[in-house]
Design a protein around this ligand. Structure first.
Ligand code: DAH
Length: 339
């Protein structure tokens, strides 16, 4: 039995020397020290020994077990150290290398201008409200005094979900929703996406953005409209900005006007940027039609108001001198990085 034990120790020591990973050590622990291990099975044979030999063999077996345990532990510590050192070596970083450049994003030009416009109107006491892009024919046209037969619908062909539900062509729908929900005084702007079945070119897109404005109170006049728009343009384009109002027709305002901005490039003389007009068209506006007020339960004898609809693309292009609307949607970083 003594020889058996000594052979086990010898074999274990040899195996340990060759071992190089934690799995192998675990295997050895089971093989030698485990419940069904070699030393345990020898201890089980102790019953067959004489009473004098039993304690001696017991002592020897225990000391060999302890020795194997100690050696296993020592080897395990050594392997762990080696692995840690290898890992450190593999993950070594050179802190003197130049870092990776992090590019910081910025708002899209449309959002940058929208943020500015919102700030300007918030400063004048307006609320910002939202409205649905999928809209009923009623809110998009009918309640704005544009019945199905109205010729003004021709210029606003859109995408029909069904006969009564459309992708809205104008944010003017939010005027109606707001007047139905709130009592005067009302002072809101409502920015958002609008849709028309237009082919894409330098000044058209089937999806674009408008900012609607609506003010309803007692004693609101056309002068308030002019003052508000003048203020907006001077804040957006600088104190020399000048607007011009041209008579126009919108079914939901009376009187109505189209509002132009004097061309920055030529100061109104006419140049290639303004197509020799001297002015660039920016938005539509007018005094809210009494029929529209009445339809929303507001008494036109007591209240009056003005409304306007601004094309966000148009004022953004004017602001940054962009000559093709498509550039705003292509998400080319070389273009967007300039603003
Ligand atoms: N909805 C018009 C359009 O899309 C713009 C507009 C004109 C809005 C006059 C208004 C307004 O609120 O009073 O062309």
């Amino acid at each position: 039995m003594k020889e058996q034990l000594e052979r086990i120790l010898e074999a274990a020591t040899k195996q340990l020397k060759a071992a190089s990973d934690p799995e192998k050590l675990e295997e050895m622990r089971v093989q030698y020290l485990g419940k069904k291990g070699e030393i345990t099975s020898i201890l089980k044979q102790m019953g067959g020994l004489s009473p004098e030999e039993r304690p001696k063999m017991g002592q020897l077996a225990n000391s060999i077990r302890e020795q194997i345990e100690t050696e296993l532990k020592a080897k395990s510590d050594q392997i762990k150290k080696e692995l840690a050192a290898k890992k450190l070596e593999a993950e070594r970083i050179d802190v003197t290398l130049p870092g990776k450049e992090i590019t910081i994003g910025r708002p899209h030009p449309l959002n940058a201008v929208l943020d500015e416009v919102e700030e300007i109107f918030l400063g004048m006491g307006f609320d910002i409200v939202d409205g649905p892009e999928v809209e009923t024919d009623h809110y998009c046209f009918e309640a704005l005094n544009m019945p199905r037969s109205h010729p003004a619908r021709d210029t606003q062909d859109t995408f029909y979900i069904n006969e009564n539900v459309v992708l809205r062509t104008q944010t003017s729908s939010v005027q109606i929703r707001t007047m139905e929900e709130r009592n005067p005084p009302i002072r809101i702007i409502s920015p958002g996406r609008v849709y028309r079945s237009d082919a894409v070119d330098a000044t058209h897109s089937p999806l674009f953005h408008q900012i609607e404005g609506l003010v309803i109170d007692k004693g609101i006049t056309f002068g308030d409209l002019c003052g508000t728009l003048d203020m907006l343009m001077k804040k957006l384009y600088g104190k020399d900005a000048q607007i011009r109002l041209r008579p126009h027709h919108f079914p939901y305002t009376e009187p109505s006007a189209e509002v132009d901005l004097m061309c920055f490039n030529c100061g109104g003389k006419g140049c290639s940027m303004c197509k020799n007009e001297g002015y660039v068209e920016l938005l539509g506006a007018g005094m809210v039609h009494p029929k529209v007020l009445e339809g929303c339960g507001i008494d036109p004898e007591v209240y009056s108001g003005f409304a306007f609809g601004i094309g966000l693309e148009r004022i953004t292009m004017g602001r940054f001198g962009i000559n093709d609307m498509r550039l705003l949607y292509e998400n080319d970083m070389r273009f967007l990085g300039q603003f």
